[in-house]
Write a protein that binds this ligand. Structure first.
Ligand code: ZN
Ligand code: ZN
Length: 181
């Protein structure tokens, strides 16, 4: 699979590990309009909500890019079978707990959460961040609620498919190399 060179940043990307360039992915996440939504915004505390929620670590919200680059580099993509969307999950970006949980009706966080989840992670409009528990997430993967990203459907290609498509970035129709198909 060798080195795929990202056309945007010229970084080298291992496509068996990353379906998209992690450095550019992190930047795309941040450019969405509401990457930190009210519900998950630590700047709004103390605040009660009508259901359980998580808030992000204030350090992550203050300077998100380094956390997101680390998350995009070390984390993994999944398809959410229930909501039919793609999520990206990373345990302890930059070695910190990325958020905390607040029980229904409570106004302040009561327990730390160790993983950062980006919902709609392939959407340049809707991607947004919140904190989850790795233990809970892994149980959901076991139960088939989240399915790891599959590899490209092209024979012999071991690259991960671009989320919401069946092929890797080398073998999508948008790629000049698709003329070899
Ligand atoms: Zn890039
Ligand atoms: Zn491929």
């Amino acid at each position: 699979m060798g080195g795929y060179r990202c056309p945007r940043c010229e970084g080298s990307v291992d496509l068996t590990r990353h379906p998209l360039c992690p450095a550019c992915l992190a930047r795309d996440w941040l450019e969405t309009e509401r990457f930190v939504r009210d519900k998950h915004d630590p700047g709004r505390l103390p605040l009660a909500w009508d259901s359980y929620r998580s808030v992000l670590n204030p350090n992550l919200v203050a300077d998100p890019l380094p956390f997101l680059v680390d998350a995009a580099t070390r984390g993994h993509w999944f398809h959410d079978a229930y909501y039919d969307m793609y999520v990206h999950m990373c345990f302890e970006p930059l070695g910190v707990q990325p958020g905390a949980g607040i029980p229904e009706g409570a106004r302040e966080p009561e327990h730390a959460l160790d993983s950062l989840l980006i919902a709609e992670a392939n959407s340049k409009k809707e991607a947004h961040a919140f904190a989850v528990s790795r233990e809970v997430f892994e149980a959901q993967v076991e139960a088939g609620e989240f399915v790891p990203l599959a590899i490209c459907e092209r024979d012999g290609c071991e690259a991960l498919r671009v989320p919401a498509t069946k092929r890797c970035v080398l073998h999508t129709d948008a790629s000049p190399r698709s003329s070899e198909a």
